[in-house]
Design a protein around this ligand. Structure first.
Ligand code: KG4
Ligand code: ZN
Length: 348
């Protein structure tokens, strides 16, 4: 039996979790900063790192208490070292180092994206069968959109990714221009519920590489439509011409049509890649994997098993970091106490 303490502070969630054998979640504590950043319409990096400093110790203690384990029961500490905000990552990494040093525990540096992938391994209880590789992974978060073929634990082949905005970023930007608030993903999903996804026909981008994505054209198309409906002249900078307020139904239709276009792009390319690579299973992860339309459309259209974590494991958490750390621990990896954060750490 292996018990790993996971720590995650790469963005705006302060999180700690204890995971047994890379799968069973004994605890999973997440202190969200969403309310703190809402008034800025996005994550304010300086405030995020300060808030991590205030919250990390109580979160750690809660994670141990919820798991009913003490420091001496742990086998290793796994922490996110990148990608993410430098100041935020530093808090988690330094706390993990302090724990590793004080308790003489092995330290593991985990890639945040690999963590998201391993959210598909985590379970509260039960005995989900072990996955058979290769597995096709779609990572869709606020900062990343990647299609990756996973050929074994810790072994990744990048098939493609976004050439401009990440899927979550597109949700956040379109939500802002529709006046729907932050974070954009859940806000668009809510508004879309009462909207007609066929009301507007937004473009599906073509990319040079078959498994790449592009969402900036879609975002611009929504902006142009909003400007047209508001009676604005698109050649005049938006700030200078306050448009008319759109009726709630129009906003709902725009949200639903945007969501439909984005989800279709994700689903079509994921299914094509899964087929071309003879993957045994599709795993989806990252904050946008919480999206109901994406979950439903992919499950409906895929002819193979689709694994999508429960919503609370799609957004940032530390259970996924502990799970990813477990397989690195088994592989004999150990980080030294001079490990640094890498804000733009790639997965492959
Ligand atoms: O993975 P995550 O928590 O943080 C990053 O590592 O980036 O992802 C956050 C992103 C945000 O852009 C947020 O708007 C999006 O995930 N998101 C959603 C939903 N819930 C969160 N996007 C679409 N639909 C949702 N229900
Ligand atoms: Zn994330």
């Amino acid at each position: 039996m292996t018990l790993i303490l996971g720590i995650e502070t790469s963005c705006d969630e302060t999180a700690a979790a204890v995971v047994r054998d890379g799968r069973y979640m004994l605890s999973n504590v997440v202190a969200s900063q969403i309310e703190l950043h809402r008034r800025y319409g996005g994550v304010f990096p300086e405030m995020a790192s300060r808030q991590h400093v205030l919250t990390i110790l109580p979160v750690l203690q809660q994670a141990l208490a919820d798991a009913h384990v003490g420091w001496d029961d742990l086998d290793a500490v796994a922490v996110t070292r990148g990608p993410g905000l430098a100041g935020s990552l530093l808090v988690g990494v330094n706390v993990a180092k302090a724990v590793a040093w004080a308790r003489n525990l092995p330290l593991l540096g985990v890639n945040h994206l690999e963590g998201h992938i391993y959210s598909n391994w985590v379970e509260a209880e039960g005995n989900r069968p072990e996955k058979t590789f290769p597995v096709l992974v779609l990572i869709v978060s606020g900062g990343h959109t990647e299609l990756v073929l996973m050929t074994g634990h810790g072994r990744y082949q990048r098939l493609g990714g976004t050439i401009d905005d990440a899927a979550g970023e597109a949700f956040d930007k379109v939500a802002r221009l529709l006046g729907l608030g932050y974070p954009g993903g859940p806000a668009i999903q809510n508004a879309a519920q009462s909207g007609d996804p066929e009301a507007f026909r937004f473009p599906r981008a073509r990319t040079r590489q078959p498994y790449d994505f592009s969402f900036s054209g879609l975002k611009t198309a929504v902006l142009r439509e909003v400007q047209r409906l508001e009676g604005e002249d698109p050649s005049i900078p938006r700030k200078l011409t306050p448009g008319r307020e759109l009726p709630a139904q129009t906003v709902a239709d725009l949200a639903a049509s945007f969501q439909r276009a984005l989800v279709e792009a994700l689903v079509e390319k994921t299914l094509a890649a899964a087929q071309a690579t003879a993957a045994t299973e599709i795993c989806v992860c990252g904050g946008v994997a919480a999206n109901a339309a994406l979950r439903q459309t992919l499950r409906q259209r895929a002819a193979m098993p689709v694994s999508i974590p429960p919503i609370y494991l799609c957004t940032d958490n530390a259970a996924m970091i502990a799970a990813a750390g477990h397989y690195r621990f088994l592989a004999g990896e150990r980080a030294s106490l001079d490990m640094d954060v890498i804000p733009n750490l790639p997965l492959v």
